[in-house]
Design a protein around this ligand. Structure first.
Ligand code: PHE
Length: 449
């Protein structure tokens, strides 16, 4: 049997890492040009669909929500019929076909492509994340680090795609751009297919016991029920966090375009380039932040997932305080604009928050969900992320009737207060996890349900 670990982690982790990196490359690449393509004039040199902005943004909102909502059926399909490994394979195929269909310049291809991508992400994204957790035994402290490594892969895809696919789509031809996203997905699919030998123990279908041909109702134990309760609470954190954070692509994007002086040394940075900044920060700070949390845990300090999520929400909230200050500077400056450095600082705080929440939440779910509901719970997690995205859009709309500053201050106050409450109640909530959320070397015992 070949050596199954590399740099302290199962080799399967690296297969999942590269598969997801390319899947995200295709997703964020396509997403970067979607709105630009549908709003481009039909008579342009590189013709688009000629839609107005409102319809385009509406499509965008529904699309970004639906890809994650479809994670619920994606998770169910894995739990009930196929197992995660095969569902990821299926999702990957749908994604390859969907992206390649978008390379054709006809209306039916456009809608068919979008639907296939929604179904494909639904099949792939939650299940590949569950598989990462499945590579580790319960109580293994390496799991959080594994999710950080995985998360860095996601962001390498998210960082490079808008720059590469965006350039090809905008400057050469939209459909070449979509096709390029498809090639990225195909690379991911090939990595996954050839990496199967490292994934033998993970993502397999666990059949539900049947009695006399009738599906047996599996009752949750009281420990499992408690854990489900904390999971549901953590979903609220997820909605709050992404509802604030995901304003990056909407309100903050417009704010960067209109209220920030984006010139540095005579070069004006296009507003859209700031979309790659958070992903860049994740790549840069992913490991250092995971390391800091490990050191923190080694010092015997509180470092449960819920605690990290609370702290993450607070730090991200402070990003909004800086944004409010930038908005107020802009309003009193002679040209109505604030310094570009605010944005660098704001996104840094947002990403420190993100790194304390997003990979941690993925890991948390794989620790707490009862095995028979593992994929479903992951699916629901992605669904609530979709709701967070929608909330972010709604907050952006609300800012059109008041001012950015009011929205930024309100988000700051809410996030900080919410995070503090979480931190205050963390001990109580942790009890409900019954040791599944291992947080310290002195507490290695995990209650098996
Ligand atoms: N950048 C993350 C990703 O693409 C955003 C995200 C987090 C999406 C959680 C869904 C769920 O994976």
């Amino acid at each position: 049997m070949p050596n199954q670990t590399l740099w302290g982690h199962p080799k399967g982790l690296y297969i999942l890492f590269f598969t997801e990196l390319w899947e995200r490359f295709s997703y964020y690449g396509m997403r970067a040009i979607l709105v630009l393509y549908v709003t481009a004039k039909t008579t342009a040199l590189n013709p688009g669909m000629g839609w107005n902005n409102v319809s385009a943004l509406e499509l965008y909102g529904w699309y970004t929500m639906m890809v994650y909502v479809m994670s619920v059926p994606g998770g169910l399909l894995a739990d009930r019929f196929l197992g995660q490994k095969k569902t990821v394979l299926l999702g990957g195929f749908l994604l390859c076909i969907g992206h390649f269909i978008l390379a054709f310049d006809t209306l039916w291809a456009f809608y068919t492509g979008i639907v296939l991508i929604i179904l494909g992400v639904g099949g792939l994204k939650p299940n590949i994340s569950t598989m990462v957790g499945g590579l580790y035994k319960s109580g293994d402290v390496k799991r959080d680090t594994a999710f950080t490594i995985f998360y860095i892969g996601i962001n390498i895809g998210a960082f490079t795609a808008p720059l590469i696919v965006g350039y090809v789509g905008e400057e050469i031809n939209w459909h070449y751009g979509f096709g390029l996203a498809g090639i990225g997905m195909a690379i991911g699919q090939i990595v996954y297919m050839f990496g199967q030998k490292y994934l033998k123990t993970v993502g397999n279908f666990v059949p539900v016991i049947k009695e006399n041909g009738i599906r047996k109702k599996v009752k949750l134990t009281s420990i499992e029920k408690d854990r489900m309760l904390v999971l549901i609470l953590s979903f609220i954190i997820v909605i709050v966090f992404w509802g604030a954070y995901e304003q990056a692509g909407g309100l903050m994007n417009l704010f960067a375009r209109d209220k920030i002086d984006r010139s540095i040394m005579g070069f004006v940075i296009p507003a859209s380039y700031f979309q790659a900044l958070p992903a860049f920060y994740v790549i840069l700070f992913g490991m250092p932040i995971a390391y800091l949390w490990t050191q923190w845990r080694k010092m015997g300090k509180e470092s449960s997932s819920l605690f990290k999520m609370g702290i993450g929400t607070i730090i991200m909230g402070f990003g909004f305080l800086l944004l409010a200050k930038a908005a107020s500077n802009a309003s009193i400056s002679f040209d109505g604009k604030a310094s570009v450095y605010w944005l660098f600082a704001v996104y840094l705080l947002h990403v420190i928050g993100e790194l304390s929440i997003s990979p941690v939440a993925l890991s948390f779910i794989t620790k707490l969900a009862p095995v028979k509901y593992a994929s479903l719970m992951m699916g629901i997690y992605f669904m609530v992320t979709g709701l967070g995205n929608k909330l972010a859009g709604m907050l952006g709309e609300a800012a059109q009737n008041t001012s950015e500053k009011t929205i930024f201050i309100s988000v700051f106050i809410f996030c900080v207060a919410f995070g503090l409450v979480l931190v205050l109640f963390v001990k109580k909530l942790k009890k409900l996890t019954h040791g599944a959320d291992v947080d310290s070397n002195t507490n290695p015992i995990v209650e098996i349900s």
